[in-house]
Design a protein around this ligand. Structure first.
Ligand code: F6P
Length: 491
């Protein structure tokens, strides 16, 4: 907020994302409010709350239309309104082609390199383009003047920056790509690769979580567009305009607001153990994510199997709890994953369970942030085993939840978070034996070692929190604006 006031006075902040921060659903005749399971929302919500402004997003909740005013706007958060949520309505065809189709069957597997073949349909692409245009119209309508700061979020909107630039040439457009960017050879299979790059280069700043993804992006531009790459300034000049390409590792708010109202760790342990019927001497290992094939959930089950085979002393003494928020469930790849997970859990429980003891519990339901934090606090271990992930905020949330400085984090080397949380046990999720060894190390780790690792990770997340993430982007934006204002005066 201070950076905005000092460096970009009077600039209106407009956030654009597909996923909305608050969903209103109808449940048993009542309107229920849900905060979706989304790293993007966890990161952006506290920032927008602090800065104010307008957040434009797809209104997908069954009661979303009932809660907006005549201009499709609602003030949020409901208990302490601090910004406007402007909902955008998509019909079935738009939703299927743009969100399920091009974004989640095309770009999602393309960028994650998880050996799930991307599907590219011309009709999805057309709808993706049309929906990007629809959002561009709304951004222009919501802009109070020619110079807003527009924060475009994620792979749903690769074409949006160019469309906004054409109509608001003086806007600062900061596009943040929350997922990985593949190398240029992988990216080249997308039939609309040039258009995607051209669209993104309408941005003033393009942000990724890691330098590695910035390099992949720059390499893709270099290969497919006539452009000038200025490596020293991390800038790309294309079509008479420059875009800064920079790594901004995303994070969470510090301290997490809801931590204040949570019971002490010992109470959370008791409550969670009671809820899931765990005996006092059973260790609890948790995994929390959307039910998504990029998260390495099955690989985690394979590691548990390996652990129980090689270290049978843990049978009866360890339960793994998988919280899996339902996600994109109408797509075949997601349905298959769900079925396979259920089969795997049943198999593990048949082989290693006995007398009411189950080594694995999977709860495929939406959980509120509060419940999720309670579970983090109750756990002895947390497994984040993404096959590929931009950042992964679950890793950071687990660390933030542990003000008792206990608990061990197993973290995939393919998640951006592994570049920061070096005191986690870093694992290769494709190597079940290695993960089982890491589980054994975690389960036998002395309390003082847990404490020193956790303390260091907490310092990292505290220092590199989400306000810092947003602050660095806004400072870069302010610098760009000053430079272009100076150039305008001198020419
Ligand atoms: O960045 C990853 C992401 O796709 C976000 O865009 C999104 O909010 C989150 O994961 C959850 O996915 P979805 O919005 O498709 O449920």
């Amino acid at each position: 907020r201070r950076i905005l006031a000092d460096e970009l006075p009077d600039a209106q902040v407009i956030v654009v994302s597909n996923r909305e921060p608050y969903i209103h659903n109808l449940k048993d005749g009542e309107i229920e409010l849900i905060v979706p399971a989304s790293g993007l929302v966890s990161a952006l919500e506290p920032i927008t709350r602090a800065c104010g402004g307008t957040w434009i997003a797809y209104g997908g909740g069954s009661a979303d239309r009932l809660t907006v005013d005549a201009n499709d706007r609602v003030q949020v958060p409901p208990d302490n309104p601090s910004y406007v949520l402007r909902r955008v309505w998509l019909n079935q065809k738009e939703h299927d082609g743009y969100y399920l189709g091009f974004a989640n069957e095309g770009l999602w597997p393309l960028c994650h390199i998880v050996f799930t073949r991307p599907v590219f349909r011309a009709s999805d692409w057309e709808t993706y383009e049309a929906v990007n245009r629809k959002f561009a119209d709304i951004v222009v309508r919501e802009a109070r003047n020619q110079r807003p700061i527009v924060l475009v979020q994620d792979y749903h909107f690769a074409l949006l920056p160019r469309m906004i630039r054409a109509r608001l040439p003086e806007a600062i457009i900061i596009t943040f790509w929350h997922i990985p960017w593949p190398n240029s050879e992988v990216f080249s299979i997308c039939p609309w690769r040039e258009k995607i790059l051209d669209g993104l280069l309408g941005s003033s700043i393009i942000g990724f979580h890691t330098q590695f993804h910035c390099n992949n992006f720059t390499q893709s531009v270099d290969r497919f567009l006539e452009s000038r790459i200025e490596r020293e300034d991390a800038a790309i000049s294309y079509g008479g305009q420059a875009s800064l390409v920079h790594a901004y590792p995303i994070s969470i708010e510090w301290p997490p607001a809801l931590l204040e109202s949570l019971p002490p760790v010992a109470d959370c342990r008791r409550a969670v153990r009671r809820k899931y019927g765990l005996a006092d001497d059973v260790r609890l290992c948790v995994g929390v994510e959307r039910l998504d094939y990029t998260k390495g959930i099955l690989d985690r089950f394979h590691a548990l199997e390996d652990l129980f085979e090689r270290h049978p002393e843990w049978i009866g003494k360890l339960t793994f709890l998988q919280i899996a928020a339902p996600s994109r469930g109408t797509l075949p790849a997601y349905r298959r994953l769900h079925e396979e997970c259920v089969r795997c859990v049943e198999d593990l429980n048949r082989r290693f369970g006995h007398d009411g003891y189950k080594p694995v519990l999977m709860v495929a339901e939406h959980h509120s942030q509060r419940r999720v934090y309670e579970i983090y606090r109750a756990a002895d271990l947390c497994m984040v085993t993404s096959l590929h992930d931009g950042m992964n905020l679950v890793a950071k949330e687990f660390v933030a939840a542990r003000d008792d400085e206990q608990g061990v984090l197993l973290l995939s080397t393919f998640a951006g978070a592994s570049k920061e949380l070096l005191e986690a046990l870093i694992v290769n999720p494709y190597d079940a034996a290695m993960m089982a060894d890491a589980l054994q190390q975690a389960l036998t780790m002395p309390a003082d070692e847990q404490q020193s690792r956790m303390r260091r990770m907490r310092e990292i997340v505290r220092d590199n929190n989400v306000y810092r993430w947003a602050g660095s982007m806004l400072l870069d934006a302010a610098r760009l604006r000053k430079r272009s204002d100076t150039e305008r005066v001198t020419t």
